[in-house]
Ligand binder design. Structure first.
Ligand SMILES: Cc1ncc(COP(=O)(O)O)c(C=O)c1O
Length: 391
């Protein structure tokens, strides 16, 4: 009756069963897995956000497969504004397509690039939803490793082992979720050569790009380097403006004309088939993007303060923080005296603190815990204090 691709495993793990039990008993949980920016007590400029969404122009519909021209121009402006000092960006609005989310952009690109059964290379550890997005498109994911030796780096040996004749693309998440590592200058260079050699497209997920935590290290902006590879840069309002409910994402298409022209032609039909990005929200994007700094500012301060609280709390403990360079998460290595799941369960059972065990993100080794840096500072401080008492 049903397709194999929709047969996702349904069983619950021990951690989620315990969480359900505690919630049912009315216990207050300090949730360090919270990733929804609208639920963490930040104040939004309500009037400024709602005004462009209620404009009468929202009552006319003008279907545009790639998205409204003014929306794409505003997105192109964002990329020009974020270009590093001294770089002259050549990005044009015609290179941009608008979707309803970054997740949808991934699905679209998987359809564009790979037939069922063909493969795409993704990093490990990384964002768990990639497995579901690939399964839904009947695409096989093969993995390359990110390794930590004081900083995270891309293990090119594992990338070379993962590629095969039916591989169509490499995904990089920049900075990665949950390791918080940006792709380094030399890695871009190597990725360009690798993709050229194997005729692969490069999909670069940049949803956390605007959230560097390690400000001393300049982040290379790959968008402005010359390329012979078909590349897609993905972004969206859910992280950029902390507004996931607006459901707007996008992709930037870049590369030699011989690849971009057929890619655009095919994308146009795929996009026209769904026309899924909301038009009233697309019309509001130019004004909403002007709020970028105001919306990001308070969260950036919170991320920095929570990270500093975590460092102080775990100082001279048996745990080590793997310092994130950017993004919304921190990875903590804890002693191998018990498994990741047992650590997470003990934290929940004894301290009422919820964290994610590393295996949710497919860390190759134990024992890592992943903490969201989003929660309110008082909650975060209390939670990491309780965590410290277990270490
Ligand atoms: C790395 C990464 N990419 C993409 C997404 C999904 O973004 P969107 O809300 O635009 O679908 C997430 C969501 O957490 C993410 O962590």
């Amino acid at each position: 009756m049903f397709s194999r691709r929709s047969g996702f495993p349904a069983e619950k793990n021990r951690l989620s069963l315990l969480l359900e039990k505690k919630k049912a008993a009315g216990e207050v949980i300090l949730d360090l897995t919270e990733t929804n920016p609208t639920r963490i007590g930040l104040s939004y400029p309500v009037e400024e956000i709602l005004k462009p969404l209620s404009h009468p122009r929202a009552l006319t519909y003008q279907p545009c497969p790639f998205g409204l021209p003014e929306t794409r121009q505003a997105i192109a402006r964002y990329y020009r504004e974020r270009a590093p000092f001294g770089v002259t960006p050549s990005l044009h609005a015609d290179q941009i397509f608008v979707t309803s989310s970054t997740s949808e952009s991934y699905s679209l690109l998987f359809k564009l690039l790979a037939d069922p059964g063909q493969s795409i290379l993704t990093p490990r550890p990384s964002y768990p939803l990639l497995d579901y997005l690939a399964a839904a498109e009947a695409i096989e994911l093969r993995h390359y490793q990110l390794e930590y030796d004081g900083t995270w780096h891309l293990d090119f040996g594992s990338l070379r082992s993962a590629v095969s004749a039916d591989t169509r693309a490499v995904v990089v998440v920049n900075p990665n979720n949950p390791t918080g590592s940006y792709v380094k200058e030399q890695e871009w260079e190597n990725l360009e050569g690798f993709c050229r050699e194997h005729r692969l497209a490069l999909i670069c997920d940049e949803v956390f790009f605007d959230f560097p935590l390690e400000t001393a290290v300049p982040v290379p902006d790959p968008l402005h380097r010359k390329t012979e590879v078909l590349r897609f840069f993905l972004g969206g309002l859910s992280k950029l403006l902390l507004l996931p409910q607006l459901k707007i994402g996008w992709g930037v298409l870049q590369g030699p004309d011989s690849l971009c022209a057929p890619a655009r032609q095919r994308l146009e039909i795929l996009l026209d088939t769904y026309l899924s990005a909301s038009y009233p929200v697309q019309q509001a994007v130019p004004e909403l993007l002007q709020l970028r700094m105001r919306l990001q500012g308070p969260l950036k301060e919170r991320l920095a303060r929570n990270l500093s609280t975590l460092c102080s709390a775990l100082d001279r403990s048996s745990a080590t923080i793997l310092p994130p360079e950017g993004g919304w998460y921190a990875v903590v290595q804890v002693p191998g005296t018990r498994s990741e799941e047992d650590w997470a369960i003990q934290l929940l059972a004894e301290c009422a603190v919820l964290v994610h065990p590393g295996y949710f993100y497919e860390f190759q080794r134990e024992v890592f815990l992943v903490l969201s840096l989003l929660p309110g500072e008082a909650i975060f401080r209390e939670a990491v204090g309780r965590m410290r008492s277990l270490l």
